[in-house]
Design a protein around this ligand. Structure first.
Ligand SMILES: NC(=O)c1ccc[n+]([C@@H]2O[C@H](COP(=O)([O-])OP(=O)(O)OC[C@H]3O[C@@H](n4cnc5c(N)ncnc54)[C@H](O)[C@@H]3O)[C@@H](O)[C@H]2O)c1
Ligand SMILES: O=C(O)C[C@H](O)C(=O)O
Ligand SMILES: [Mg+2]
Length: 654
């Protein structure tokens, strides 16, 4: 049964004694290293929570183990081919099987377990679906190539999105593999900007259920409803009430596309296992006239709940999920700004939650700004010397202002000094103290004593800002004149039109580079193609999107057992992201790392967040051993989409 050479060894491990035999063999062939590790990992494919690792030294003594102690349950070994269980590189990673309670067509129809044509012959017999699949066995590589081919010949972004979401509904492992391996190409399809169109057309394209809906008609039932969710453990929830989907406004229950897209990134970029996430829509109605009349719309066709009734519904939802999953991270997403900050303020100190549009965007933008300063040859301390014009005083604009202010204070400025750096404007012009009574406490902090109501162009000409950040959801707001005026006063203006999707960007990358003669430092919320200037120069625009922060932040807080998300965590996350940008990238005009590195970025962000949690005594879940080597702890916990051998539960349980 046991193959004798390491290179081709691929074994389904089922016994402690045999495991030792494998190790002995492996040792014999191991390079000069003093230890060799056998990692039996079900975390790699299905969860972050079952994982064991054993190390033997060269004399055959076990050096360390994981949660399963010294021996693996006494079963037997079965030969498999390389794609089922395999030794990977010199880390000699070995995949343990997953035991599943279903079999036959149930498995084929379960997107978490389905491998489609890649089910091996033995597995087809073992799980009793021989004959239910076409006979030829392929592998994941071939499957991936087929899907990529299908996506690449398709020109329409929304059709590409549909192809990928169909795959998401049928084979999550392959779906996430494709995202991990081709993040730069796939992110704009499954996430921003295409997810905006997917939300607009959500009801029209609705096929299979994904996520949970808690509606105004479910009041009083939510504590019971949460038990309808099929997974016993959930680590991350992304919830929206659909009231401000990207810059597209109130899309009601159609907003479900956003939690789905964000959670795909949690899995592929942040290494959270797909069965540990739950997308949620709170359907409190909609004030979108078109949806109220749309016969295909699937949400409640009545005006939105307001006032206490609204907040009671939110509260019932929070209590319900906390009751079933006390440690779950709740990410609030795309709530309209009048509600977003209030909800965050209510829950942030008592439970593990954060608002991505306020805090995630703040941390991401801080990282981009620090990158911009580096590109200009300036130190982070010079943040407090900047003049920052923020167009848009909603949750995003004020969230960014708050995080930047905090960072300035960390670099030695007083709050009063730091506040002077900001010029925050909304649709009525510069926030001024004369309208304090109409501003939220968070906005009021940035109101200026003079020039209240001043227009963007007058602010630029009078105060000569060094940075222009757009979070207005007004496409084209940054006109040629405005940008040219910026560039007149500042050698290298930082220009970030952050509104999404692309149609709402305050200006395009091409416009910003052309209007500043290539001098600006640019990043946008939605992606733009490289800009080819007439003189032959090529600029590579960066994407300043909160996807660089939330997956790693979520991974960090859930792994370490943090009870809350602190401001410092966001700050260290931003610094970790900023430090990830290489000199080479900066030289190309980029202030964010390539998306292809996002898993490494998320890991660094997670480690920074965990270190902060350790510092403040919040890392309740971690052992000393894990704390001593956070890098390998986090790496091992990250979900990696690969096919793992499946066996029937009654035969073995590990
Ligand atoms: N890049 C990212 O990661 C990211 C993150 C969060 C939000 N966003 C985007 O930011 C945008 C805003 O989000 P929000 O939640 O703050 O929305 P919001 O509607 O609450 O805020 C918009 C703000 O823009 C102001 N505004 C409107 N017209 C203006 C004008 N002509 N001049 C100046 N200000 C004007 C409004 O008064 C309001 O203060 C959205 O498009 C969203 O997609 C991007
Ligand atoms: O969803 C995004 O792409 C970023 C942000 O959360 C937004 O609301 O625009
Ligand atoms: Mg958002």
């Amino acid at each position: 049964m046991l193959r004798s050479t390491m290179s081709s060894t691929a074994l389904l491990l089922r016994g402690g004694n045999i495991a030792r035999r494998i190790i002995t063999q492996a040792q014999a062939q191991a390079p000069s290293s003093s230890s060799l590790s056998l990692v039996a990992s079900s975390s790699s494919s299905y969860s972050n929570d079952h994982h064991f690792q054993m190390r033997w030294n060269n004399s055959g003594r076990m050096m360390s183990n994981g949660s399963y102690g010294e021996s693996i349950p006494d079963e037997y070994i079965e030969e498999l081919d390389e794609t089922e269980g395999e030794w990977i590189g010199c880390s000699k990673k070995f995949l343990a099987p997953i035991s599943v309670s279903s079999r036959g067509s149930e498995i084929l129809n379960n997107p978490l377990f389905n491998k489609s044509s890649a089910f091996k012959s033995g597995e087809r017999d073992r799980l009793r679906f021989r004959g239910l699949l076409p006979p030829r066995v392929t592998n994941m590589q071939i499957q991936k190539e087929r899907v990529l081919q299908e996506i690449r010949v398709e020109e329409s972004m929304i059709r590409k999105h549909v192809i990928l979401e169909d795959l998401h509904d049928t084979n999550e492992t392959l779906y996430h593999r494709i995202l991990v391996d081709h993040m730069e190409e796939m992110a704009p399809i499954i996430y921003t900007p295409t997810v905006g169109q997917a939300c607009n057309e959500f009801a029209l394209r609705y096929r299979r259920p994904r996520g949970m809906y808690f509606s105004a008609d479910d009041r009083g039932h939510m504590a019971a409803m949460v038990y309808n969710w099929p997974q016993p453990v959930v680590h991350v929830i992304v919830v929206t009430d659909g009231s401000r989907i990207l810059g597209l406004g109130d899309l009601g229950a159609n907003g479900m596309g956003i939690p789905i897209g964000k959670l795909s990134l949690y899995c592929a970029a942040g290494g959270i296992a797909p069965h540990r996430v739950m997308p949620v829509v709170l359907d409190v109605g909609t004030d979108n006239e078109a949806l109220l009349k749309d016969k295909f719309y699937l949400g409640l066709q009545r005006p939105r709940l307001q006032g206490p009734a609204y907040y009671h519904l939110v509260d019932e939802f929070i209590q319900a999920v906390r009751h079933r999953w006390p440690d779950v991270l709740i990410q609030f997403e795309d709530f309209s700004s009048d509600k977003a900050q209030k909800i965050l303020n209510k829950y942030r100190d008592e439970s593990l939650c954060f608002n991505d549009d306020i805090q995630g965007t703040g941390a991401t933008t801080l990282a981009g700004v620090l990158g911009g300063l580096r590109a200009k040859g300036e130190q982070p301390t010079s943040l407090g010397d900047q003049r920052i014009l923020i167009a848009g005083a909603g949750s995003a604009g004020i969230g960014v202002a708050q995080v930047l202010l905090q960072a300035m204070m960390e670099h030695g400025r007083t709050e009063e000094e730091a506040k002077k750096c900001f010029f925050v404007a909304d649709h009525l012009g510069l926030l001024g103290t004369e309208r304090l009574h109409k501003l939220s406490p968070e906005q009021a902090k940035f109101a200026r004593d003079t020039d209240g109501g001043m227009s963007l162009s007058d602010i630029v000409n009078k105060y000569k800002p060094t940075m222009l950040l757009g979070m207005t959801a007004v496409g084209g707001l940054f006109t040629e004149q405005l940008i040219k005026d910026m560039a007149k006063h500042c050698e290298r203006p930082i220009i970030f039109p952050l509104s999404n999707p692309t149609s709402k960007a305050e200006c395009s990358a091409k416009q910003a580079f052309e209007w500043t003669d290539g001098r600006c430092i640019f990043a946008s919320g939605s992606p733009f193609q490289p800009v080819h200037m007439e003189d032959g120069r090529i600029f590579h625009p960066s994407q300043c999107n909160n996807m660089y922060i939330f997956p790693g932040l979520g991974l960090g807080v859930t792994l370490c057992g943090a009870k809350t998300v602190s401001d410092r965590m966001l700050n260290v996350a931003a610094e970790a992201l900023a430090n990830f940008v290489t000199e080479e990238e900066l030289a190309q005009g980029k202030v964010f790392p390539n998306l292809s590195t996002i898993r490494d970025v998320s890991k660094k962000v997670a480690i920074a967040v965990i270190e902060e949690a350790i510092r403040t005594g919040q890392a309740s879940k971690l052992s000393q051993r894990e704390i001593a080597d956070l890098d390998s702890f986090v790496s091992k916990k990250m979900y990696d989409p690969i096919y793992v051998p499946l066996i029937e539960k009654r035969t073995i349980s590990i």
